[in-house]
Design a protein. Structure first.
Lengths: 289, 308
């Protein structure tokens, strides 16, 4: 692959590049919808969803070369939500981006539907690239997709969002080593480093730090950003990858970001907001009913 | 069988640009020809089978036809969850080939034995499970597997397996092959144990017992038509496999047989016991230990027929 030509990625099928202000406003709306849906449907993992919203927004509204009208276009960029429990966020993003009508989400949580806690298989919902939920699967699958682009002489890029807790899984590091060994340069990982896993501080369960250094030691080009600073996220997405290596972005995030009483409180891994909490959250987000 | 696998993979790779061969760091020099002919479509994925399975699924989701090759326990039990989620749940065409199956690597110890693979893999939705008897069936399995738009597991031996004589080269996944006609007893085998069944049939013939022999290369989907026929025709069905008596071909056949309305047939099973083999030895030694020999099969069949 001609690595010099490879950029992670600069173009978008949106008619114009969405401005940072617009991206921030989209992220706030998404947060409000995710919280409202959690209340309405009893769907957990709110904290994990809110920490990843800004990254998802920048990817889907600024970076990914995708066309919701042609969700299986062989040349599309791929995004895999490897931390599959963030699906309530992904479903909202995909709907807003036009992969399916927003009204479809009214069936969320209903028996017999597709919208619940984890992404279904790609043949069951447009825009989904891999059915995740069991942690440690998304990066190997994404690596397979990235290698396929090389083999089939295609230009697409693959983006994988990992959780910090997910990096406990050995398969993440197997894939990391192979991606480096294969000099895959059309693969970018975001780690949603919100410092918590389901029941503990992630750093206290398995030593992650020095996290970026770890990825570098595994042969990746790595950087650290504020995962809630839209300009930093967009920057890292628009910068051409000249390293000839896969790229890891350690995105420092806050679990429950955007709502003061949820931020960095790990009870919101499983807690469901009450009606009055939804109202308070929306006020803080500046999103009115 | 290994050489036949490498040769057939090379041919499939030449004919179909979607074919990619992924090795779990085995087969030194075995794939030189594939690499020579199919350049960038061979990848040594290292000793990281969980990742290899995910990589294969990602490739299959992107339009490729990956073939995974490594030693059986490492491409089955080691990465079972990746097979389940990445290959089977996504229902993508990944061809998983396990080499040195059963007791082929008896002398390497139980870490390298695989007497559970058929049992666990056939529980997975969308999975096709194949155990070819010889290199002819292996090539047929591979060609047929490439036409299936879902995951396929192929369990193969090591090297130097006898070729089973057959009247023609008819082959279809899910259809057992009658390799010998008979009227007193039906011996159903699978995989590289087939020559022992044919020899057992010869021994039975010497005792005046006429044995039909089936090469049941497909464990899933099971050939119910054949089973329906033989269960009505024969008072004794013998199932033999180089696999645990729990859950393999015998398990599959008995699951089916148990819910048939009426049957007057009895089953006699040959397989490995529910134990790890702690002593080392050759494959022949290990087979003999578990009674997987023509002599033992023939003698148990005679006992059973006389008792009934």
């Amino acid at each position: 692959m001609s690595s010099a030509k490879k950029t992670l990625t600069t173009s978008t099928s949106l008619e114009t590049m969405t401005s940072l202000n617009e991206l921030q406003s989209i992220a706030s709306t998404l947060r409000a919808r995710i919280i409202e849906n959690s209340h309405k449907t009893g769907t957990p993992h709110l904290g994990s969803c809110l920490s990843s919203v800004d990254i998802l927004t920048a990817l889907y509204f600024s970076a990914l070369k995708i066309d919701p009208e042609h969700p299986t276009d062989p040349n599309r960029d791929r995004f895999i939500l490897s931390k599959g429990h963030g699906a309530p966020a992904l479903f909202q993003v995909l709907a807003m981006r036009g992969f399916f009508p927003e009204v479809d989400l009214e069936s969320y949580g209903q028996d017999g539907g597709v919208f619940a806690e984890h992404p279904p298989t790609p043949d069951h919902l447009p825009g989904i690239e891999a059915a995740t939920g069991s942690l440690g699967h998304g990066l190997p699958i994404g690596l397979g997709m990235a290698l396929s682009a090389r083999i089939q002489k295609q230009e697409y890029c693959v983006y994988v969002l990992l959780g910090d807790g997910e990096c406990n899984e050995g398969s993440v590091w197997e894939a990391a080593m192979m991606a480096a060994g294969q000099k895959v340069d059309n693969l970018m990982v975001f780690v949603d480093f919100n410092k918590w896993q389901a029941t503990d501080r992630s750093e206290e369960v398995m030593a992650l730090e020095p996290f970026a250094e770890k990825w570098r030691a595994f042969g990746w080009d790595a950087c650290e950003i504020d995962g809630h600073d839209m300009s930093q996220i967009v920057d890292v997405l628009t910068k051409p990858n000249k390293s000839g290596k896969p790229v890891a972005v350690i995105a420092h995030t806050v679990k429950g970001k955007g709502v003061s009483f949820m931020e960095d409180d790990n009870n919101w891994h499983y807690r469901i907001p009450k009606a009055e909490e939804v109202v308070a959250a929306k006020q803080e987000l500046g999103v009115m009913p | 069988m290994r050489n036949a696998f490498a040769d057939e993979a090379t041919k499939l790779g030449e004919a179909d640009p979607r074919v990619v061969l992924l090795s779990g760091d085995i087969g030194n020099r075995l794939f030189d020809k594939f690499k020579e002919k199919n350049g960038n479509r061979f990848i040594n994925c290292g000793i990281a089978e969980a990742n290899m399975m995910g990589v294969a699924a990602g490739m299959a989701l992107s339009g490729l036809r990956p073939i995974i090759y490594t030693i059986t326990p490492f491409t089955t039990t080691r990465c079972f969850e990746q097979i389940r989620v990445d290959a089977c749940y996504h229902n993508v065409p990944v061809m998983i080939v396990g080499t040195g199956s059963g007791l082929s690597y008896a002398e390497l110890g139980p870490t390298h034995h695989s007497c559970e693979d058929l049992a666990i893999l056939r529980t997975l939705p969308n999975m096709t499970v194949l155990a070819p008897a010889d290199e002819v069936e292996l090539r047929q399995c591979m060609r047929a597997a490439l036409k299936i738009n879902g995951p396929v597991y192929i369990r193969i031996g090591k090297k130097g397996e006898e070729i089973i004589p057959k009247k023609d080269d008819a082959f279809e996944i899910g259809r057992s092959i009658t390799v010998r006609e008979g009227k007193d007893v039906c011996l159903i085998g699978t995989g590289t144990l087939m020559p022992e069944l044919l020899k057992a049939a010869e021994l039975l013939q010497q005792q005046g017992i006429s044995a039909r022999v089936e090469s049941c290369h497909t464990i899933k989907p099971l050939d119910l038509e054949m089973l329906d026929e033989v269960s009505k025709k024969f008072p004794l069905l013998v199932v033999a496999e180089e696999h645990s008596k729990i859950g393999g071909l015998a398990g599959a056949v008995s699951e089916w047989l148990a819910v048939q309305k009426s049957n007057n047939t009895t089953m006699l099973n040959f397989g490995t016991e529910d134990e790890f083999m702690h002593e080392v030895g050759s494959q022949e030694y290990a087979r003999a230990k578990y009674g997987l020999t023509a002599d033992n099969i023939a003698s148990k069949v005679m006992q059973s027929l006389r008792a009934s």
